[in-house]
Design a protein around this ligand. Structure first.
Ligand SMILES: Cc1cc2nc3c(=O)[nH]c(=O)nc-3n(C[C@H](O)[C@H](O)[C@H](O)COP(=O)(O)OP(=O)(O)OC[C@H]3O[C@@H](n4cnc5c(N)ncnc54)[C@H](O)[C@@H]3O)c2cc1C
Length: 273
């Protein structure tokens, strides 16, 4: 299918993008890498009248050290996250997970900001942001505000970002000494996760286990009370409602979540040791 007709506008700066958003309101959509939005437009599940292209705003593409934090521009592409030596050293979970997304074409176009704002529970980076306790920085007409990742993913493909706001930065604490792991079970290497798990220290987040990206609170509670990885993993399916499809039933995904959480916690513990 081809998308419905739309007007294309290219923003030359963050301010220009915000001005275009204010001018066109609900009729407009921001375009970053286009690897989630354009497929939706082709299926006519998204029918924006105006596309505001922010993909060329290279000032929002960076990975920078700032004291005990790493700041990542929202337009940084998955490929650049994967190959950032700073991330590989200081936030290896993010670099590793970015390298598991789709195929090289997807990783060269898709951006961390697009992945987070799209809010797909089957995407990898939302779970990573939750496990890392990331802070998301939004810029709107009245300035910037910080949104903790735990408050960002509100429902199925919905986030706390306002329609007049641009996600500009993601901040994560350096965590080289923390145990971490990312498990992604796919049918083929390039596929989305049937189920995925991100672990950073005692925080555990799940991919594709409910309507929104989510933390595995039961597992975290068990870990906090001294449970072993195997014991804690038994609580991985608590409060989840994964998709129930012919390709993978909800029952199967719940079982898989326990297996992957156990594996991720064991790997994280081995990295910590
Ligand atoms: C074949 C294929 C395989 C894929 N496999 C995977 C996978 O295995 N794992 C995975 O996690 N993802 C996968 N993806 C999705 C991919 O990671 C997308 O790139 C990503 O989800 C969206 O990023 P984008 O920059 O392309 O965003 P876009 O498609 O441009 O935008 C997505 C949404 O975010 C909004 N948006 C984008 N940037 C901003 C911003 N800075 N501020 C405010 N709003 C913004 C847009 O308006 C739109 O609503 C796959 C995609 C394809 C096509």
């Amino acid at each position: 299918m081809i998308p419905a007709a739309f007007t294309y506008k290219k923003a030359g700066s963050v301010e220009e993008a915000l001005g275009l958003l204010a001018e066109h309101g609900d009729d407009a959509k921001l375009l970053a890498g286009g690897h989630s939005l354009l497929p939706l437009m082709k299926l006519r599940l998204a029918v924006p009248e105006v596309l505001i292209d922010v993909g060329g705003l290279r000032e929002l593409s960076y990975v920078r050290e700032d004291g005990d934090q790493i700041r990542i521009g929202a337009l940084t592409r998955h490929h650049d996250l994967e190959h950032s030596e700073l991330l590989q050293r200081e936030v290896p979970l993010l670099a590793h997970a970015a390298g598991t997304i789709g195929d090289p074409q997807v990783r060269h176009r898709g951006t961390i900001g697009g992945s987070l704002v799209h809010g797909d529970p089957a995407s990898d980076l939302p779970a990573v942001a939750l496990a890392l306790d990331a802070v998301l920085v939004a810029q709107g007409p009245s300035g910037t505000r910080e949104i903790p990742a735990t408050e960002f993913f509100t429902d199925f493909f919905e986030t706390a970002l306002g329609e007049d706001e641009l996600l500009v930065e993601i901040r994560v604490a350096k965590n080289p000494a923390q145990g971490w792991d990312f498990q992604k079970f796919t049918k083929r290497a390039i596929d989305w996760a049937v189920v995925g798990v991100a672990v950073a220290g005692q925080r555990v987040a799940l991919v594709n286990m409910g309507p929104a990206p989510m933390r595995a609170r039961g597992v975290e509670e068990a870990l906090a009370s001294g449970a072993s990885p195997a014991e804690a993993a038994e609580r991985a399916a608590e409060d989840t409602s994964p998709p129930d499809q012919a390709s993978a039933s909800a029952t199967y995904r719940k079982h898989l979540a326990k297996v992957l959480v156990r594996r991720a916690l064991e790997n994280a513990a081995a990295r910590r040791a």
